[in-house]
Design a protein. Structure first.
Length: 79
């Protein structure tokens, strides 16, 4: 995490995304075979960040579920 933090601090004032920035922050990018669903082609792309690895971005439903759990815990604490 320290490496990531130092890398991010170096680029907080950047004005454009350059190949140098991408090479320092991203370890590798994996592009998977496409999947055809309902006449749409979906291609999964995994981005492995330096010092963090693969970071899964939650879906909208996962975010909603997490927010509901947090609200329930807060309601239980205040009751």
């Amino acid at each position: 995490m320290k490496m990531l933090y130092q890398g991010l601090m170096e680029f907080t004032e950047m004005k454009e995304l350059t190949p140098t920035v991408v090479n320092k922050l991203i370890e590798r990018i994996e592009i998977h075979n496409n999947e055809k669903k309902y006449s749409h082609n979906n291609v999964k792309v995994d981005i492995y960040f330096t010092a963090v690895g693969l970071f899964d971005i939650p879906t909208e439903q996962q975010l909603i579920d997490t927010m509901e759990r947090v609200k329930q815990k807060n309601a239980e604490k205040s009751a």
